[in-house]
Design a protein. Structure first.
Length: 204
């Protein structure tokens, strides 16, 4: 049966329900963004697309800075709340019992409860239609040390991250592969040689 053909829509999924923090440490604000991702490797760059009528839009446009805080399953309720309530009306950090934390390179706060935060500085803004895209350079990354092993490797899979798909939140499940596994050669099996002097060997 052929696939149904629909009108264009925003059905790319899953996406991260990212908690974006902005404002200042003294007056922090956060809101939830699903339209985000990585756009370049070197320099490391990301983006967020925001409706101009949102309270956070003005804060980011004025300061040119924000942080993308990854959302865990424990933070999903806060992410949902921060996506439907406005910072004009209440302190969402206080309402969700989130802790503003000083960043290393930007004036916008981080969310202490998030296991990984990307500190971002806006490079360019594109007016696309319903949303304006803030293209930003990632100037620092803040990582929970519990996710780093003794060799300095990041184990982000242990963070319990959440995903968003078409109005629903999901907990990321079991690992089904690693980058490059489809083309990785299997190690050659070594042929076993009989031990000298052992039972069944030529020297027995």
């Amino acid at each position: 049966m052929p696939k149904l053909v629909w009108k264009p829509g925003t059905l790319l999924a899953p996406v991260p329900p990212a908690l974006v923090s902005c404002g200042t440490l003294e007056k922090p604000n956060t809101f939830t963004v699903a339209w985000t991702g990585i756009v370049n490797t070197n320099p490391a760059m990301t983006y967020i697309s925001v409706r101009p009528e949102r309270y956070s839009y003005g804060l980011i446009r004025e300061s040119g800075e924000f942080a993308v805080n990854l959302t865990t399953t424990a933070l999903v309720r806060a992410a949902d709340f921060c996506g439907v309530r406005s910072g004009r009306d209440l302190d969402k950090f206080a309402a969700c019992k989130l802790t503003p934390e000083a960043a290393a390179e930007i004036s916008a706060p981080l969310i202490a409860e998030s296991p990984l935060s990307l500190e971002c500085r806006v490079e360019r803004m594109l007016e696309l239609g319903t949303h304006h895209m803030f293209l930003a350079k990632i100037v620092a990354i803040d990582v929970d040390p519990k996710l780093v092993d003794k060799a300095g490797r990041l184990n982000l899979g242990a963070a319990g991250l959440a995903a968003y798909a078409h109005g629903e939140y999901f907990e990321l499940g079991r690992q089904i592969g690693t980058f490059g596994f489809s083309v990785r050669k299997k190690p050659a099996r070594k042929k076993s040689r009989p031990k000298r002097g052992g039972k069944g060997s030529p020297d027995a």
